[in-house]
Design a protein around this ligand. Sequence first.
Ligand code: HEM
Length: 466
Amino acid sequence: MITHRICKEFSEEPLIGAFYGTEPSLIVQDPEIVKIITTKDFYYFNSREVADYTEKEIITQNLFFTYGDKWRVLRQNLTPLFTSAKMRNMFYLIDKCTHAFGMMLDEENAISPIMDVHSLMARYTMDCIGSCAFGVETNTMKKYDTPNPYRIMGDKIFETSSARGFKIYARAMWPAVFYLLGFQLFPDEIISFFKKLLIGVFESRQYKPSSRNDFVDLVLNLKQNEFVTGDSITNLKTEEGKKVNLEVNDDLLISQCVMFFGAGYETSATTLSFTLYELAKNQEAQLKAIAEVDEYLHRHGGKIEYDCVNELPYVEACTHEALRLYPVLSTITRELVEDYTLPTGLRLDKGLRVHIPVYSLHHNPEHFPNPEKFLPERFLANEREKIKPFTYIPFGVGQRICIGMRFAKMQMLAGLVALFRNYRVETASDTPDEIKFDPTGLVTQPRTKVNLKFVRRHDIEKQKRV
Ligand code: HEM
């Protein structure tokens, strides 16, 4: 939010020099320069902030935090997990989760129609990533007397507290001191939990890749070799075609595992919650979304199929508009790996941190008129074409764009169909009029719980719609 305030104050400036704590940073407001940094001259900006310290913790060795050759080899080896064919093949697992989701909604609704929307959505998305990536039943949607271990781990990864807030900012500003003093961003229990989880799954598959071709299979394949190979990052500059090897060890694999679990559920749960929050406040938009879902289900004999990702333009537009208003990462960071001069002539020194102010770009009235208003129509066919490139970037952009975007879209749209099949949402008496963000989280999160009222739709209402 501080970045947003700075951007508003210097709204005419394409580039703003600022201090992030004691460290200089460059805030890039000009979409043309965002393009140069994330795509054209990506080589120079292939790193994220404080990337030199990623080896200090097991979890930060994952694809999201790392850079250079290691990032490129990992990215090349993990990308095949997210092709459309892979998504289509695993859709039967998502479908199963949507059934469990429907049942959970009924059970919880019978107790009270007013529910914490994020917690509900996280239980669904956790189950999706658990079964699709790890082939395990997380049981997050079942009623339990004892706390669910996956939910506990989720809470540990995405904890919001002043202690966590302090760690996030201290690590980002003074990483050397942070690690010298023995701090860690993530607690060790997360590592032991995922180590145990992976070993359990490996054993159940007798250490041989199965026909599921899921994340665990990929890990098993990688485990069979000491190294994985890929292209060196320097090829982007020299076009030499140099190959590099990356050592495969348990730490590397576990860190990717935590990343898939964490990124797989929380980002989508947050986006689903914000989508429903806005639809509860905008009943007209919700009616349109529900009408589209009813028609979809009518066309498909009541079944949710993979094609839902292409056949629900309005519902999808609602998720896009929620991502515009509440991007999961409000700022995307990059770090300069070599001295570099921008086409404007501005010389930048190696190590400079670059902040791409996603939230500000999305809320800039020049790019999105009436920016605080929830208007899904902005993302429908003709209107969408009018959006200026590099001003709407909720999944990032360029070579480091979110690897899980297809998965996210699939689980979000399937989840919304499953929900609107039987329910609609309304604001409850304590639903906030506007969202205040928690500054201590890793990703965009509301400061307080957001309760919504889940109202069961009647069969007559559904029949009338198709
Ligand atoms: C609504 C859902 C999601 C949103 C809004 C989102 C957003 C983002 C953003 C903004 C980035 C940074 C991109 C950049 O630096 O240019 C990112 C990276 C990443 N995301 Fe997502 N994400 C979502 C879902 C997922 C899912 C479901 C997965 C995995 C199953 C995932 C895995 C990752 C990974 C591994 C990266 C790092 C990519 C890299 O640095 O090469 N994300 N995501």
